[in-house]
Write a protein that binds this ligand. Structure first.
Ligand code: HEM
Length: 178
């Protein structure tokens, strides 16, 4: 079975736009972190790096939390709208339901990784860098490289899961049933 089309086309298009807009905010920021900011960090001077961490990290994390949550909420509304509220159409025994469910499940894992590993680790790094700037005589904390590695691995994993989720989402909306 292909995508069910219970919704008014304009409502459907508006929800798809909002869903994609939110995903761009979430995944785009993830790509910026993993592909641009991460590789850039080691080449910066310690002062610039410290300032960037304190000023940029909290902003980026807030941004991700808002867009990731919006993606899921609008995704669920989109699923309600597409199926006319008949959520049994999401069951994995039809190919559309399977594609949406697998895509959404991968997105949920990425969300959990972002909220329970990336966010708290980033908060700890920001706290340690602030402490270091207040007491410069203490020297750099040995915990920071460990936390940075954890953040790198967790954000790369979350991004990979989102790229996979995207395949299933586009398959659900575009590919004919097989
Ligand atoms: C809890 C999370 C999510 C839920 C419940 C959800 C749900 C849905 C539903 C029901 C559709 C409509 C499928 C169709 O038109 O037949 C859809 C489309 C789509 N989703 Fe998601 N989604 C979620 C997360 C994501 C994520 C993480 C991404 C990207 C990485 C994504 C990208 C897309 C795209 C690109 C479309 C196609 C829109 C179109 O062409 O009309 N979604 N999603």
């Amino acid at each position: 079975m292909g995508p069910p089309d219970m919704a008014d086309p304009l409502t459907d298009a508006a929800l798809a736009w909002l869903h994609i807009f939110a995903v761009v905010g979430w995944m785009g920021t993830g790509m910026f972190i993993v592909m641009v900011m991460g590789p850039l960090m080691p080449s910066l001077s310690p002062q610039t790096r410290g300032e960037l961490i304190i000023r940029l990290f909290p902003r980026i994390m807030r941004y991700i939390a808002v867009f990731a949550t919006l993606t899921g909420v609008v995704g669920i509304i989109l699923a309600f709208s597409k199926t006319g509220g008949n959520l049994s159409l999401l069951s994995p025994n039809n190919i559309w339901g399977l594609r949406v469910t697998v895509g959404a499940s991968l997105a949920v894992i990425a969300y959990v990784i972002a909220m329970t590993i990336v966010m708290p680790t980033t908060r700890k790094i920001v706290g340690l860098v602030q402490q270091m700037q207040q007491n410069p005589q203490q020297g750099p904390s040995p915990q920071i490289p460990v936390l940075q590695k954890r953040m790198r691995i967790a954000s790369t994993t979350a991004l990979a899961l989102m790229a996979l989720s995207l395949i299933f989402m586009v398959a659900a909306s575009r590919l004919p049933p097989v």
